[in-house]
Design a protein around this ligand. Structure first.
Ligand code: NA7
Length: 529
């Protein structure tokens, strides 16, 4: 295969990239290792899986007819609904004819002689293209949790990010679930509905607030749709990519009554982004953050009957919203059920798994199934699993061994004509991904058009522009509490990964302006050759 552009990944990013570049008259093709489109929403089929950004926000804005026609059924869409939406988009824009599924890329090499990219599939087929776009996802490389004895377990080991297609019936089964991030929190109430016994193995607890998920009324949808373009514009110029107002006040400066009522209103609304933006300093001031922590801790105590369990469920080792804040449906209440038990691995570490169960504090507990909700090698993980070699044989994994350098998450110096959608140091996971994906897709399409318009062979970000961006992203992150929290945002969940705040924290709106400035000024950060 020899194309103008090959896109790796048929998720939210890859589908829109294909549609956009095709309209520019380019010969474009997507490859994806999955058997269907949808990316993250194809793989994550675990019980309770749904989005934590509201449906009317978490969708494409590029086509007015599409956004008018599609009808969401709930405030927060479930995985099947989001997958159906992405399948609909692929059909509606006739994308399938340029997508090869069940095709996994092992390596990508920039060939100096031809100035083209040469990709090798896992079954040793060669694909070539002038440009390659990595639409490989930010939470698509599951972490290997390295649990001693897991390979000896004779029951089922189920992984949240590669859940069996037909689902799993836990009726009458004893289940151990490992991991209490967003994924674990969504699964616990669902598994507890069926399982005879559920052990929730928690190392680090999460902050979670009730989602208050509910059906979306026609009236609500019509209201947004009556001026959807304005709604999208506000989202795109906002800090997090959702049409939500941040409170301009400090949590420290308002009186206790005001603080409580603002927290209460956002808590009752049920949105982690709203709650984290209750005041302007929640993620920058320790004192402000402590007020937010106190508020949520009190709610956890109210929701859990056994107060010893409640105390274990309250995070104490990091600042609220500097790890992904969760929303849930009955997560804490599930611990009030007689068939559910919290196993606090901070108190007593998981010693090992064996053929029939797990051992904690010297006690062997028998289970039939082990569910892993142990997270991802985020943002750089999917890229590091491909052997990527750029100019002069530069290896991306070596380049990123100490620091994931990138210009605005879109391109790495030394890797001409290779683009990353929502790569490191772009807003990515600290935003509504649909918005930041659209920003990047449109920017990349513009850059390719500029390159093609000039008849150049390569476009590459300059070393200086990349360094300046990394310095800026670091400076911004150090104005916040994020670098002081160990999480997948900072690479701390993966052994040997450099500790860098991976998402850019300067805000979606500010980021959008900077991308526009590049385009308006003929891409000063880039060298066309
Ligand atoms: P997360 O948020 O990274 O959560 C993973 C959880 O798994 C977390 O509680 C980890 O505890 C735990 N974990 C990981 N490895 C182990 C081992 N070896 N033993 C025990 N516990 C372990 O991933 P999610 O999938 O929940 O969420 C990712 C994002 O996807 C989410 O924020 C949404 O944006 C969508 P630890 O923190 O390492 O102590």
């Amino acid at each position: 295969m020899n194309k103008d552009v090959i896109i790796i990944g048929a998720g939210v990013a890859g589908l829109y990239m294909l549609h956009t570049l095709r309209k520019q008259g380019l010969d474009v093709h997507i490859v994806d290792r999955a058997a269907g489109v949808g990316g993250t929403w194809y793989w994550n089929r675990y019980p309770g899986c749904r989005c934590d950004i509201e449906s009317l926000d978490y969708s494409y804005s590029f086509d007015e007819a599409l956004q008018q026609e599609w009808k969401w059924t709930e405030k927060y869409a479930s995985q099947p609904e989001i997958l159906a939406y992405l399948e609909h988009v692929a059909e509606r824009f006739d994308l399938h004819r340029d997508i090869s599924l069940n095709t996994s890329i092992d390596s990508a090499e920039f060939v100096e002689d031809t100035q083209r990219w040469r990709l090798t599939t896992s079954d040793e087929r060669i694909l070539e293209a002038k440009y390659v776009v990595m639409a490989t996802g930010v939470l698509s490389a599951p972490k290997d949790p390295r649990i001693e004895g897991l390979e000896d377990f004779e029951g089922h080991v189920l992984k949240s990010a590669s859940w069996p297609q037909g689902g799993v019936d836990f009726t009458g089964r004893r289940v151990a679930l490992i991991g209490t991030g967003s994924t674990g929190i969504q699964m616990v109430p669902k598994i507890a509905e069926q399982a005879e016994r559920l052990y929730v193995l928690q190392r680090t607890p999460s902050f979670s607030i009730p989602a208050h998920n509910r059906p979306l009324s026609d009236a609500e949808q019509s209201e947004v749709k009556s001026s959807y373009a304005d709604f999208r514009r506000r989202a795109r110029s906002s800090p997090l990519g959702v049409d939500t107002k941040s409170d301009p006040r400090s949590a420290v400066e308002v009186d206790a009554h005001t603080r409580e009522s603002v927290f209460r209103a956002n808590y009752d609304y049920g949105s982690p982004m709203r709650f984290a933006n209750s005041f302007n300093d929640i993620v920058v001031s320790e004192e402000a953050n402590a007020h937010a922590v106190d508020f949520v801790a009190e709610r956890i105590r109210e929701r859990v009957t056994d107060q010893a369990t409640a105390e274990k469920l309250i995070p104490r080792s990091y600042f609220l919203a500097t790890r992904r804040m969760c929303i849930d449906t009955d997560y804490y209440e599930t611990f009030n059920q007689p068939n559910v038990e919290l196993v606090d691995l901070l108190e007593n570490p998981l010693e090992r798994v064996d053929a029939t169960g797990f051992v904690v504090d010297g006690e062997h507990i028998e289970v039939d199934d082990i569910v892993l909700a142990t997270g991802f090698d985020a943002i750089t993980g999917a890229l590091s699993r491909i052997d990527i070699r750029g100019r002069d044989g530069r290896v991306l994994n070596e380049r990123w061994a100490d620091y994931p350098a990138s210009f605005m998450g879109v391109m790495v110096h030394g890797f001409p004509n290779m683009f990353t959608i929502t790569g490191p140091l772009s807003p990515s996971v600290n935003s509504n991904m649909f918005v930041t994906i659209e920003q990047h897709v449109e920017f990349i399409a513009g850059l390719i058009a500029a390159s093609e318009g000039q008849g150049t062979s390569t476009v590459e970000v300059s070393a200086q522009a990349e360094t300046d961006w990394c310095t800026h992203a670091e400076e911004v992150s150090h104005q916040t509490l994020f670098p002081r929290t160990e999480s997948w945002y900072t690479g701390a969940n993966i052994e040997g990964k450099p500790r860098v705040v991976l998402p850019y924290l300067g805000g979606v709106g500010a980021f959008d302006k900077l991308l526009d400035e590049q385009a308006e000024n003929h891409y000063p950060a880039f060298e066309f050759a």
